[in-house]
Design a binder for this molecule. Structure first.
Ligand code: ADP
Ligand code: MG
Length: 317
């Protein structure tokens, strides 16, 4: 099987939303009138972003899902993707699984693969995503204002707890691990939430590196601070079974890979936000308030500040 057979067999699918898709030197796109393009790239390296024994289907799903999550965080509709992949060898079973996971995610979120590059090398997957957002409506990090509410979707800490269970750092009940690892390996980017917040949120980010780090990015970009009540930070029932351990509390605050959205909005929009939660059947929790002091404080149930040690994942820390 040549490189070109491999591309034809595993990656070339009709892309009806592109003027020209896979097969030429470049794809041609026709953006919708009145829209800006939102473009982002995320790389996944074996051993760093996924465990080597992770099923290729899940690697395929996640490599696209984490990129789609960046579109959700911008309030953009994901539309097209490119895929640059380095493979150690032509492992057809692996490619089949990877391609199925990638295209299942693409179908679920209406994304089309329009190009890429295939080369031999240590396993490395680089996806670029291109989305559209109506002119001026993107959700940026720099729009939070003192007095805004701070909100979070879904639950935090599931993915980090799963990872520590898989790596043998924490002992988890095997049934709990099965529930939690779905959140780590099969994340569901909050695209509908992002687009629903276009006229409501003042800022947004997806939580890939942990709440403290990612909310910190919003506050820094907005030259603001924040106060968050730990008791309001949402976590799953599975996580609550382990929450007496300090390291698990830290996972809720600073664990990465949950791909929920954190956003800010004026208190006048509370009812509108709760209506979105109901419509999308997605939990949205109000966890704190933006302040004009330049720091982020997390308060425990006694209103004492929790020391923020490890502020999220940093590849070079
Ligand atoms: P070139 O040499 O001009 O860069 P390639 O031979 O690398 O072109 O690729 C041929 C076509 O296949 C191009 O349209 C490219 O976008 C597409 N392609 C290559 N690898 C992938 C991949 N992994 N996924 C999707 N499309 C791919
Ligand atoms: Mg090429």
């Amino acid at each position: 099987m040549s490189e070109f057979d491999l591309i034809d067999r595993f990656f070339k699918k009709p892309a009806s939303s592109a003027y020209l898709g896979i097969g030429d030197d470049a794809a041609l796109l026709k953006p919708n009138k009145g829209c800006q393009l939102a473009i982002s790239t995320d790389m996944m390296v074996a051993g760093t972003h996924f465990l080597m024994d992770c099923h290729p289907y899940l690697i395929g799903w996640k490599s696209l899902a984490v990129n789609i999550s960046d579109m959700a965080a911008m309030g953009a509709d994901p539309r097209w993707a490119t895929l640059a992949i380095a493979l150690p060898r032509k492992d057809e079973a692996w490619l089949e699984g990877f391609s199925n996971g990638f295209f299942d995610c693409a179908k679920r979120y209406h994304v089309e693969l329009i190009g890429g590059d295939t080369t031999r090398g240590p396993l490395n997957i680089c996806v670029q995503i291109i989305g559209e957002v109506p002119d001026g409506k993107a959700l940026r990090r720099d729009g939070a204002r003192a007095g805004d509410d701070i909100w979070v979707s879904g639950n935090l800490g599931d993915a980090a707890l799963a990872l520590s269970g898989l790596q043998g750092q924490l002992e988890l009940d095997p049934e709990d691990l099965e529930v939690l690892r779905v959140r780590l390996e099969h994340p569901e980017p909050r695209v509908m939430l992002g687009s629903s917040l276009r006229d409501i949120a003042t800022s947004a980010i997806d939580i890939s590196d942990g709440l403290v780090a990612d909310l910190g990015h919003i506050l820094k970009a907005s030259r603001a601070g924040g106060v968050v009540e730990f008791t309001n930070v949402p976590h799953s029932r599975t996580v609550s079974g382990y929450l007496q351990q300090d390291s698990v509390k830290e996972m809720v605050l600073s664990g990465g890979d949950d791909y929920e959205l954190c956003f800010t909005a004026s208190p006048g929009h509370r009812d509108a936000i709760l209506a979105i939660a109901e419509k999308l059947a997605l939990k949205l929790s109000r966890i704190g308030t933006v302040t004009d002091l330049g720091t982020l404080t997390i308060l425990d149930s006694n209103q004492q500040a929790i020391p923020l040690g490890k502020a999220g994942f940093d590849h070079f820390a």
